[in-house]
Design a protein around this ligand. Structure first.
Ligand code: BYC
Length: 337
């Protein structure tokens, strides 16, 4: 459905933000600007403005946190998957999300922020992660819908990031997107099977779609007019397509998929607009979105508590790995002497 071949032109207006006057070394700044303008890659050893570094650490660490917190709602279903096949697929998917977190933390570390610092931000509740993971997965249909819609929205947002100006982030995203594509397809396929089942199964799918649809639209972030970071992130080639444009692409791609599946999308205002050549859609509840982002969603407390417990429970593994590494270093030093 969405693959690497899904590529879209940059939004109109890209690079429209005037360059802020820099107090940094002007020559370095000019070299950085021309590389970004030529769609080149900035690498960890290159000079970069502090604000660019800060923005990347913010976005990449939030993204990494989303991946590892995103393991939790689906992880809850591994022991209750309806068949061995579904269990094996779900284990692989949840494991992939853990891997995505690792690539992303590694990409952020190249900017000089340690993984411990980033995790401390997450565990203390200071750092953000995607709003979508603060909603519950109530039944097996939710697992399919998370794959279809949540991973579908994630891919739509992440494919443009494969062309992000920061090399390590862009390269990490290539593999992430390939895996996300599998995640989305497995969710959709699980739902197709349920939709051929009993009336009760079909109702479960429709109910799950009704609960997740609006939350998935909000995942793309606030409307462009209320997005404080977008303009500068686009000027720097970090963001390639705006929040609203990605949301629109997601709606347009999802409507025909819903038709094939045989479900309706819970929006009376959703309709094709011939003039715009896009679907119109209704109002997103931004108050509910911000309440969730700021800690008051239905599962925020539970997610954070589970995450902190998992981290603490894994302390012995980190201790053992460090002890082993120290031992190896001592051996190597002795041999070299
Ligand atoms: N949830 O100026 P804006 C996945 C925050 S992983 C929470 O538009 P930006 C998956 C935003 O951070 C999905 N917060 O910001 C994993 C900012 O707050 P701060 C995650 C949100 O950065 C496992 C403020 O609102 N994907 O799908 O230009 C299993 C203002 O927003 C959200 C990524 O992280 C939100 N939904 O644009 C299955 C992709 N939206 O920092 C699936 C990478 C906005 O000022 N990230 N905020 O306190 C991005 O592309 C961008 O960071 C965003 C936001 C489009 C998300």
């Amino acid at each position: 459905m969405y693959t690497q071949s899904f590529n879209v032109p940059d939004s109109a207006g890209l690079k429209s933000v005037p360059q802020a006057p820099s107090t940094e070394n002007l020559e370095f700044q000019a070299r950085f600007d021309s590389k970004v303008d030529a769609d080149g890659k900035i690498e960890p050893q290159d000079w970069m403005p502090d604000a660019y570094r800060k923005t990347l650490v913010r976005q990449i660490s939030q993204h990494a946190h989303s991946e590892i917190v995103g393991m939790l709602p689906e992880g809850n279903w591994i022991s209750r998957a309806p068949s061995l096949k579904r269990k094996a697929i779900l284990i692989a998917k949840v494991q992939d999300e853990g891997g995505h977190g690792l690539y992303l933390y590694s990409a952020a570390e190249t900017l000089g922020t340690s993984r411990d610092q980033m995790l401390e931000g997450l565990h203390s509740g200071k750092a953000k992660y995607s709003s979508i993971f603060n909603y519950p997965t109530l039944n097996w249909a939710d697992v399919g819908v998370v794959g279809w819609l949540v991973d579908g929205a994630a891919i739509m947002n992440q494919i443009p990031l494969c062309r992000c100006s920061y090399g390590p982030y862009a390269r990490a995203m290539i593999r992430v997107c390939k895996e996300e594509s599998f995640h989305q397809r497995q969710g959709y396929e699980a739902l197709l099977v349920m939709m051929q089942g009993t009336a009760e199964q079909k109702a479960m799918v429709q109910d799950a779609v009704n609960r997740w649809w609006w939350k998935c639209l909000a995942m793309f972030g606030p409307p462009d007019a209320d997005s404080p970071h977008s303009a500068q992130a686009m000027r720097w080639g970090i963001k390639r397509i705006s929040n609203d444009d990605l949301r629109q692409k997601f709606v347009d791609a999802t409507v025909p998929q819903a038709k094939v599946l045989g479900v309706t999308l819970p929006d009376p205002d959703l309709k094709w607009n011939e003039e715009r050549q896009h679907h119109d859609y209704g109002q997103i509840d931004w108050d509910e979105f911000w309440a969730t982002v700021n800690g008051s969603g239905p599962c925020n407390k539970e997610r954070l508590a589970t995450r902190v417990k998992a981290h603490n429970d894994g302390q012995w593994v980190r201790d053992a790995a460090l002890a082993y590494s120290r031992k190896q270093q001592t051996h190597a030093t002795k041999e070299a002497a």
